[in-house]
Write a protein that binds this ligand. Structure first.
Ligand SMILES: [Zn+2]
Ligand SMILES: [Zn+2]
Ligand SMILES: [Zn+2]
Length: 148
């Protein structure tokens, strides 16, 4: 079963022999409250705002541990690596290299591309891991009219 609550996740970390300090609990609670992408720096800022004195390296180590036990998965976006809850990680990231806007493509929408890549020597692509850079529709329009 997927660990879906803060208590579940704390239980999983305990099973892996991790001592649950009040700081680690606060970090896990904040992660479980966050919707969508979890940016390590934004998380550190929030946790340190609530609990001054929490070491940034403790926060990053906790993110790594949560990935090792399957609660989180990371993806590389224009702004750097970010984390998702594993059950929310199944999509392709589209990031605008002009304005930084982010959009998601579902794996169903990406299916034709995945099959095309698989036809090439049977390579199995993981399109969820790295973002696809490009221009969002607004920036593409703006740049096209500026070039005219
Ligand atoms: Zn995402
Ligand atoms: Zn990676
Ligand atoms: Zn844009």
């Amino acid at each position: 079963m997927e660990p879906t609550t803060t208590a579940d996740v704390i239980a999983v970390l305990r099973e892996h022999g991790l001592r649950m300090t009040p700081q680690r609990r606060a970090i896990v609670a904040e992660i479980m409250r966050t919707q969508g992408h979890i940016s390590p720096t934004a998380l550190a800022r929030k946790v340190q705002g609530e609990m001054p004195g929490v070491n940034a390296s403790t926060i990053y180590r906790t993110l790594t541990l949560l990935e090792e036990v399957g609660v989180l998965a990371h993806a590389h976006l224009e702004s750097g690596a970010e984390y998702h809850r594993t059950e929310e990680a199944g999509h392709v990231h589209l990031t605008c290299s002009n304005c930084g806007a982010e959009d998601d493509l579902s794996l169903e929408e990406a299916n034709a591309l995945i099959q095309l890549i698989e036809q090439h020597h049977g390579f199995q692509p993981d399109l969820t891991h790295f973002a696809i850079g490009g221009l969002c529709a607004d920036c593409a329009k703006e740049l096209a009219s500026a070039a005219r």
